[in-house]
Design a protein around this ligand. Structure first.
Ligand SMILES: C[S@@+](CC[C@H](N)C(=O)[O-])C[C@H]1O[C@@H](n2cnc3c(N)ncnc32)[C@H](O)[C@@H]1O
Length: 219
């Protein structure tokens, strides 16, 4: 049984096109896609030996012999016919570095499925700047952490997003489901904890108060 976070990443894959999972590690996303009946090519990429071996072993244990693996860095050895790229469970800086180092390959990619574990506010603006739109998104809560999972789709039509949409997601804001509301309340509570520790007239406190007001408007 894969985790809720990984299951939601699998569910974000919409098209049966060739999929590369960068930083595949345990390989559970690829194993689940294959077991679910995905017919196209699947590729697991790892740049470190121990997780690469983990990937190979798990594929073997699950009797999956039609997933390719590559011990390589980021997108550098991903063939151009891989149209969906999953990058999950990494910090934003690593994700950005992987892409910046292979900027020329971006033209071949139709979808990115991203689960950044840091700096979530930077994720949407970055992929939009690369010519993608926000196609689907979800917030999930696992092991006391909120994760924002986002599917970006290549689109030449430029779409304008508000500051709040870029940070918290246009679809999340529109849907306002309970998970989104819990996430926003958690953001507010984190900011309040900081405010409680600093003088109320401090510039940082004033900025945080204004951010809290903006967050409350999203609820
Ligand atoms: C925390 S694990 C996440 C595993 C899985 N994607 C998930 O979401 O559960 C991050 C993995 O990314 C791999 N990784 C980090 N930078 C990478 C890069 N530039 N190219 C390929 N793999 C990378 C690490 O070796 C590690 O196994």
């Amino acid at each position: 049984m894969i985790s809720n976070r990984l299951q939601n990443i699998v569910d974000l894959v919409v098209e049966d096109n060739n999929i590369a999972d960068i930083g595949s590690d345990h390989g559970y996303v690829l194993i689940s896609l294959r077991n679910k009946g995905f017919k196209s090519k699947l590729l697991g990429v790892e740049n470190k030996l121990a997780p690469f071996k983990n990937l190979e072993n798990n594929l073997k244990e699950n009797k999956i012999n039609n997933v390719d693996v590559s011990l390589s860095d980021g997108l550098q050895k991903v063939p151009s016919d891989y149209k969906t790229i999953i990058i999950a469970g990494m910090g934003f800086e690593t994700i950005q570095k992987i892409i910046e180092e292979s900027k020329q390959s971006i033209d071949n990619i139709d979808y990115f499925i991203i689960d950044s574990h840091t700096s979530f506010q930077k994720v949407r603006p970055y992929f939009i700047s690369l010519g993608f739109i926000i196609d689907e998104e979800k917030i999930i809560y696992e092991d006391s952490i909120y994760y924002q999972l986002i599917r970006f789709k290549k689109d030449n039509v430029k779409r304008e997003y508000t500051k709040a949409e870029l940070a918290y997601g246009p679809l999340n804001i529109k849907r306002k489901d309970n998970m989104f509301k819990d996430f926003i309340r958690n953001e507010i509570s984190q900011k309040m904890t900081i405010i409680d520790k600093i003088p109320s007239t401090n510039e940082k406190a004033l900025k945080l108060k204004s951010e809290i007001k903006e967050l409350e408007e999203l609820l």
